[in-house]
Design a protein around this ligand. Structure first.
Ligand code: ADP
Ligand code: MG
Length: 229
């Protein structure tokens, strides 16, 4: 019990610290980026290459900061009722673009009349992070990522995100959601931590099944609601 409390306290301190630091860094970062952009216009050769490099590193810092802010801001402010099929339509653009860039097949299906009560933006973010990982783990040209939603039981809906990509070992599966755990070149290792936290906040559950070299399945259950029309 004692240990549990300490852990919770540490987490809340960590998230408070994360959000303060992220906020503080954002403004100077924007200023630096602005000056780099200006300098880029009047530069050439090696100087231009150095500045391009600096800009892309700054972009990386920005990604990390926005992941941090998402982690640190768990408040759910805009809870609404949504049909999953509508939400799938809205969220697919970035996922679709990523799959096109990697030449990975994307299959999306939702049964009708699956209603959930969530903060749409947060929920979309949670699913997007998981789907992005699935695409990133897939092989170009032969990969397929399938996103499906269906009725799980009377009281919940199930969303499955399946890929036939690189898969994970038991050890790797255990590390999912751990801050800064990443095997991606440009990864922050914060995506799944944020997704897990959001799904939990909606009283949902998530489980991963994976086989090294074969692929991965993420299963998400969320309480469903009856929409009276
Ligand atoms: P990031 O994407 O920034 O690396 P995430 O928290 O989103 O951070 O994911 C952490 C790590 O989990 C990834 O780097 C990858 O190694 C592993 N992972 C997540 N999803 C999958 C998947 N579908 N297939 C294989 N590995 C995965
Ligand atoms: Mg990720």
């Amino acid at each position: 019990m004692q240990e549990h409390l300490l852990h919770t306290e540490k987490l809340s301190l960590a998230s408070h610290l994360a959000s303060s630091v992220a906020h503080e860094l954002r403004t100077p970062l924007t200023v630096i980026k602005g000056f780099i952009q200006l300098s880029l216009k009047n530069s050439e050769g090696k100087t231009k290459a150095y500045l391009e490099n600096a800009k892309s590193e700054l972009n990386r810092v920005e990604y990390t900061l926005s992941d941090f802010l998402n982690y640190a801001k768990p408040q759910l402010e805009h809870i609404e009722d949504f049909a999953i099929s509508d939400m799938f339509n809205q969220m697919m653009e970035p996922i679709y673009q990523l799959s096109q860039m990697k030449d990975v097949r994307l299959e999306i299906h939702s049964d009708d009349d699956l209603w959930i009560r969530v903060d749409r933006l947060k929920f979309v973010q949670a699913i997007t992070n998981i789907a992005k990982n699935a695409i990133e783990a897939s092989n170009s040209h032969s990969g397929t990522v399938s996103i499906q939603a269906f009725k799980g039981s009377d009281s919940d809906v199930c969303i499955k995100i399946i890929d036939n990509g690189c898969g994970m070992s038991e050890d790797e599966l255990d590390k999912l959601g751990t801050p800064f755990y990443s095997t991606q070149n440009n990864g922050t290792g914060l995506g799944l931590m944020v997704s897990f936290k959001i799904i939990k906040a909606f009283n949902g559950k998530i489980e991963y099944k994976s086989k090294k070299g074969k692929g991965t399945e993420a299963l998400i259950w969320l309480p469903s609601i009856n929409q009276v029309s």
